[in-house]
Design a protein. Structure first.
Length: 318
């Protein structure tokens, strides 16, 4: 667990963090979000001691980070930034193996680890291991940046706007791949973004910041359904019920009664789709109900507009 305990940080006379306290549970993705200058990236950089607090404590597993030698601390932390930061004169394989090399791992181990990670992030090791960063697309470079951060198998992963420089289509793909990867690896992640849709999509917990203060710390569903004050309500927006639907799976709200299936134009939605995706499909038909199918196109039941409406309104406050 990572804990921020009344943390204060100044830049000159400007107080960037004003007594910030929140926790990052083990094995979960905690997203820091808020307007520019609210303290998101500052908080992130206090964990691996790129910055030092002026007051308060940042603790990892109960131990203040300032009690660690910097090298010892950073061995257990992967770091992913917006620009990927790959070294241009090194191959993809060597970029991924950089930290293990510094830790004394031999060449054969590094090569095997790089190829395993390339496979894990969806890049063919035979095609990509010997490429250079200049030969990669933006999305591919970000994938390699994530692989490099994971190379030494750190328990903690810090991600500072990791997909911010990628076009919207590739960004959504990278988000989905990150979610899938995190389900397998269960890292303790702090993820900084300014994009609420991205936060809702990837987070287990969200910490909303404003002017160096924690405004709300909550699960995405709670933040969207019960924003704590006027700033939080304005930040999540008037379409927060729609955003909530992106957190819920069709499988949890569908009817399993296949006798009801007979929807217009044989419209369907995958069982692992979100309710937001199902709503988009229903409205495009338009229809009141559509079939739910599995990966083999077998009909499992249906999802109705009314079921989606109930899910979106559940727990909603004004």
């Amino acid at each position: 667990m990572i804990e921020f305990d009344r943390v204060v940080k100044y830049y000159g006379t400007h107080r960037a963090l004003d007594g910030v306290s929140f926790t990052v549970p083990d094995g979960c993705v905690t997203v820091l979000i808020g307007p520019s200058g609210c303290g998101k990236s500052t908080s992130l950089k206090l964990v691996n001691r790129l910055l030092e607090p002026d007051d308060g404590y940042v603790r990892v597993n109960g131990r203040p980070v300032k009690s660690f030698a910097v090298e010892e601390l950073r061995r257990g932390i992967g770091y992913v930034i917006q620009s990927a930061g790959l070294l241009p004169h090194m191959t993809v394989q060597d970029n991924i193996g950089l930290v293990p090399r510094l830790l004394g791992r031999d060449k054969a181990w590094r090569r095997a680890r790089a190829r395993d990670l390339l496979d894990l992030i969806g890049l063919d090791p035979h095609a990509y291991a010997r490429k250079y960063p200049s030969q990669l697309s933006g999305g591919e470079a970000q994938r390699v940046g994530v692989a490099r951060a994971l190379a030494a198998d750190p328990p903690i992963l810090l991600m500072d706007e990791p997909f911010g420089a990628v076009d919207p289509l590739n960004r959504e793909t990278l988000q989905n791949e990150f979610i899938s990867l995190q389900r397998k690896l269960k890292k303790t992640v702090i993820f900084v973004t300014h994009d609420l849709d991205e936060a809702v999509r990837v987070a287990d917990r969200i910490v909303l910041l404003q002017d160096g203060l924690v405004i709300q710390e909550a699960a995405p569903e709670e933040l969207l359904g019960r924003p704590s004050n006027a700033f939080a309500r304005d930040f999540v927006g008037t379409d927060r019920a729609l955003k909530r639907l992106g957190r819920f799976s069709v499988s949890d709200y569908m009817s399993h009664d296949t006798r009801r299936v007979g929807t217009k134009d044989h419209a369907s939605v995958p069982v692992d789709a979100t309710l937001r995706e199902a709503l988009s499909r229903i409205l495009a038909i338009p229809s009141d109900e559509i079939s739910v199918i599995d990966a083999q196109n077998r009909t499992l039941g249906s999802i109705s507009l009314e079921a989606i409406r109930r899910a979106g309104c559940g727990g909603e406050s004004s």
